[in-house]
Design a protein around this ligand. Structure first.
Ligand SMILES: Nc1ncnc2c1ncn2[C@@H]1O[C@H](COP(=O)(O)OP(=O)(O)OP(=O)(O)O)[C@@H](O)[C@H]1O
Length: 677
């Protein structure tokens, strides 16, 4: 007997070797494709070459990502076989028989879901462990063996404890059953996931896109997919997850960038103004303002053709206009329909007079100068930016359309004190851009994508939800968020409300409660704030066995900065990334302190590496990010940096929940009472 036969690990390594060879052969087959005979012209040839190039890229064997991470032995042979190796991509041998199955394929599903209670016909589930690209360990579960005890997977634990240097990683090897249910839920349904810090919401959202692209590739290639995150540094942190899963075509954007195509955002609002501008009632004000441009005709339309004059009386044009208004079409679509409707009225008269006009006559009448002039007078074009500009600068115009919708104070809050001269010179705020986007949609329907993932959704205003909702009006959405981490003045109070604004009231709300980031001691400390910031939400249950460390250091004001530098230095002595989180206002002073101490540091969104591991993070940008070790500077300043106590405590909750292995608080001012109580 050879060692390969007797040693299971050697056998698995042999399968890995054979799979890599098969992948190489697949790549060589694609590289060797001769497209000269199959392409009729150079355009087709160029398209095909690009596709081939991409396919070759997708077939690369990356040494740091194992080709497979699991194996399933079914109890019974299925049509596809009985033993499957589960990996990031499909690999087959020269006969077309599978060597590695894509994690998203239906036969892979039990790898994530099968349990002793429900073995799903799986006799053996094997997980593989790798060290530096080498297959070095495996772990078996015999799900139908009553003698075998339930144990927690060491490999899963090792994966969760792995230092976090670099961008966010995929979690394909260790997706948990409750996460998998969300990842694999159907394309037609929308899902909303409430989950505390580190429960894997972002990871789940990204894997869900990858899954949907696998299961509905053609449809989504046509309709498109989009991931929305809170800011650009967050998007940079997550941007490599989908490409690592072989998905290169998913767009990523912030809400601000999404709606910022109509006007240039250069201004900011006071909170009071932003709250009103973000309120869903603004949609009604805009709707009325857009429709107010339609003016009932007072003159008849007279079309002269040859020696004849055809007259459509004003009351009849008015009837057409009324009917179009009642149909609640987009303003622009109705405007386009109007000339043909007037032309139709002319044609009816021609027929009554014994003529037999055809479609070409109707087209010609619709283009007639008199008809065009009438349309311009009755249903003039509306420029969305100009309309919003007028609403925000002209008190009378605003009052006319906000009557009964906004109070006088609310109207006053949103009016510009010094109206700008024009669209270009206006200092548009992010909330204004959302209003312009809503107005643009009233004029012309926004293109809808096939699927949208909306992360950190709790921070969106109702008007922002509407902006996202119209981008998936005919598709579906995955909403991810945590009500306890809402830090905007308009943060969502309930998911039902948010889903209503998104236009997806039937979305299923799921909850994730197992935490993969924050150590037990640290999450327990942060959760002291929960009753004050989100009563009713459950505390996250940390699955991390590593006890982690929590230290609170009280120092005198003069020693605070040096103490922060010392804490950073201590953590830099260990393996992994370090985040120094501080109130935004404290960041410049701390930057000087770090510089003075000769400690180099990055800004959020810049990629950490083995050489550059320290990031200085303003509290306002900490959301969604994580570091192996966190030094939190002056919690009272983090709370005090926000307009009200609840928002401040929520900001603090976010900052307290970024650490994977250790958290040190350094403070000179007293700690917020809710934390010490
Ligand atoms: N099943 C899993 N296996 C291994 N790691 C996981 C798993 N689920 C989540 N993680 C890891 O836990 C960390 C937190 O995940 P993620 O950032 O998705 O959480 P989140 O719920 O979005 O957090 P936040 O509310 O802070 O934004 C990440 O490092 C992620 O890779």
């Amino acid at each position: 007997m050879s060692t390969t036969d007797s040693d299971p690990l050697a056998r698995e390594r042999a399968h890995l070797g054979a799979s890599r060879a098969a992948l190489r052969a697949m790549r060589e087959d694609v590289e060797a494709l001769d497209i000269r005979d199959v392409t009729a012209n150079w355009v087709n040839a160029a398209v095909l070459s690009r596709q081939i190039e991409e396919r070759v890229k997708a077939l690369a064997d990356l040494s740091h990502t194992p080709l497979f991470f699991g194996r399933l032995d079914y109890l019974h042979t299925t049509q596809e076989g009985q033993r499957f190796y589960i990996g990031r991509r499909h690999v087959h041998d020269a006969h077309g028989d599978p060597m590695v199955i894509d994690w998203r394929a239906p036969v892979s599903q039990p790898f994530y879901r099968a349990s002793r209670k429900d073995p799903q016909d799986v006799g053996l589930r094997r997980r593989f462990g790798y060290t530096g690209g080498e297959l070095t360990a495996y772990e078996d579960e015999h799900l139908t063996d009553p003698e075998e005890a339930d144990t927690t997977s060491r490999l899963l634990q090792a994966e969760i404890e792995r230092p976090r240097v670099g961008p966010m990683r995929d979690i394909v090897a260790t997706i948990q059953p409750e996460q998998d249910e969300i990842v694999r839920s159907g394309l037609s349904g929308s899902v909303c996931v409430q989950g505390g810090p580190g429960t894997g919401k972002t990871a789940v959202g990204l894997h869900r896109v990858a899954y949907l692209l696998y299961a509905h590739r053609e449809r989504l290639a046509r309709t498109g997919t989009l991931v929305i995150g809170p800011n650009r540094s967050f998007l940079r942190y997550i941007e490599q997850v989908l490409p690592a899963l072989g998905e290169l075509e998913v767009r990523q954007s912030t809400v601000d960038d999404l709606v910022g195509t109509h006007v240039e955002v250069r201004g900011a609002d006071e909170a009071a103004a932003a709250v009103v501008k973000g309120d869903a009632r603004m949609a009604e004000v805009l709707r009325r303002a857009v429709r107010s441009h339609v003016t009932p005709p007072v003159e008849p339309v007279v079309v002269v053709r040859g020696s004849r004059r055809w007259r459509v009386p004003a009351y009849e044009v008015e009837e057409i206009v009324r009917e179009l208004l009642a149909r609640d079409m987009r303003y622009g679509a109705a405007r386009e329909a109007l000339p043909r409707r007037i032309a139709h009225a002319v044609l009816v008269r021609m027929e009554e007079a014994g003529e037999a006009p055809d479609d070409r006559v109707q087209d010609a009448v619709a283009r007639n100068a008199a008809v065009k002039a009438a349309v311009k007078a009755v249903w003039p074009p509306v420029d969305p930016a100009k309309l919003v500009l007028r609403l925000l600068s002209d008190a009378e115009f605003l009052a006319e359309h906000a009557r009964g919708v906004l109070t006088e104070e609310e109207q006053k809050a949103i009016l510009w004190t010094r109206p700008p001269r024009g669209v270009r010179s206006a200092k548009w705020s992010p909330a204004d851009a959302v209003l312009v986007d809503e107005a643009a949609d009233l004029v012309e329907r926004t293109h809808s994508l096939g699927h949208v993932v909306l992360d950190e959704a709790q921070d969106l205003s109702p008007m922002q939800y509407r902006a996202v909702g119209r981008r998936c009006s005919t598709g579906s959405v995955t909403v991810l968020g945590d009500l306890a981490q809402g830090t905007t003045p308009w943060a969502t109070r309930s998911w039902t409300e948010a889903l209503g604004h998104l236009g997806k009231p039937d979305a299923v709300v799921e909850e994730l409660t197992a935490g993969f980031r924050v150590p037990r001691e640290v999450i327990a400390y942060a959760s002291r704030l929960l009753p004050h910031i989100a009563p009713g939400l459950a505390e996250v249950r940390s699955v991390r066995e590593n006890p982690g460390s929590l230290e609170v250091r009280a120092v005198g004001e003069a020693e605070r900065d040096p103490a922060v530098v010392t804490a950073c230095r201590e953590f830099l002595g260990r393996e992994g990334s370090v985040g120094l989180i501080a109130a935004d206002a404290r960041v410049p002073e701390l930057a000087r302190a770090l510089d003075g101490a000769g400690l180099g540091f990055l800004a959020p969104g810049e990629e950490t590496s083995a050489r550059a591991r320290l990031t200085l993070v303003p509290a306002s940008l900490a959301k969604g990010l994580e570091y192996d070790y966190v030094v939190l500077d002056e919690p009272a300043a983090v709370v005090g940096g926000e307009p009200d106590e609840r928002t401040g405590l929520r900001r603090l909750y976010v900052a307290l929940t970024r650490a994977v292995s250790g958290l040190t608080l350094v403070h000179a001012a007293p700690l917020p009472a809710h934390l010490t109580a």
